[in-house]
Design a protein. Structure first.
Length: 255
């Protein structure tokens, strides 16, 4: 078979995405955008009733009703098997129980379990892991130099007192510390939106580091986060630009 024929076969292959957190505000938008691009999606959700009404009957969608952290290692491996990309929009519900109730390490445990399942499966091509994170998460090596001493102290206290902040940081730390650039089975990007807003896809800007302070935050439409995550999943150039990084995404037009 010629190289041109091989390229044609690869281009026509169906992409399979494992989506975690597909019933959340941003996760629903990711799901809708993936399906609109013709991508096959396997969504692990705790309640199928919370899926967007317009996607339930889509033949490209497979719904698995389960609590990811309660699945056995073998079951997690079965869900990961055959997936080219994993997108996680998991997070803590903004309520007293959601913030302080169990599991307090939902994001970290999910990232660890899925990444280990990916590596155990030894896929022929590296699986892309795309994590929805937060601007409260720091890059390693003090690269987010925009933070002042007082802001860093506030974030340090926040992580100590509010479980979601600590959880998000630990999940990003795991990706950075465990999956290096030479890993043959997994690659990653952790997307850091600022204050999430409603609204459709608009122009947005991507930055390697922080652009706003904790006390004067920027804004990011959830639809823009979803669009960027789908671009990471489907566009090799976008992936190559941000692989192994924590890009900050904010709306291009300030309110």
């Amino acid at each position: 078979m010629s190289e041109d024929a091989v390229e044609t076969v690869e281009e026509t292959e169906v992409m399979n995405v494992l989506l975690l957190g597909g019933t959340g505000r941003t996760g629903q938008r990711v799901l809708e955008q993936l399906l609109s691009r013709g991508i096959h999606v396997r969504a692990i959700v705790r309640s199928a009733e919370r899926l967007p009404a317009g996607v339930v009957d889509d033949p490209r969608l497979t719904v698995v009703v389960a609590d990811l952290v309660s699945l056995s290692d073998e079951q997690v491996g079965e869900q990961v098997d055959g997936c080219d990309v994993v997108i996680s929009c998991l997070g803590h519900t903004i309520s007293l129980r959601g913030v302080f109730g169990p599991p307090r390490d939902l994001v970290t445990r999910s990232v660890e379990r899925v990444c280990r399942a990916i590596r155990a499966s030894q896929p022929a091509r590296p699986v892309r892991f795309i994590l929805m994170s937060s601007v409260s998460v720091n890059r390693h090596g003090g690269l987010d130099t925009r933070r002042g001493r007082f802001e860093r102290a506030v974030l340090w206290m926040q992580r100590g007192l509010v479980p979601p902040g600590r959880d998000n940081q630990r999940a990003a730390d795991f990706l950075h510390d465990v999956i290096d650039a030479a890993d043959p089975y997994a690659q990653w990007v952790a997307v850091r939106p600022d204050t999430l807003k409603e609204g459709d896809v608009t122009e947005y800007a991507l930055h390697a580091g922080l652009v706003d302070s904790l006390f004067r935050p920027g804004a990011t439409n959830g639809a823009n986060v979803a669009h960027f995550m789908c671009e990471l999943a489907t566009d090799p150039e976008v992936w190559a630009a941000w692989r192994g990084k924590l890009p900050v995404i904010v709306n291009a037009t300030r309110a």
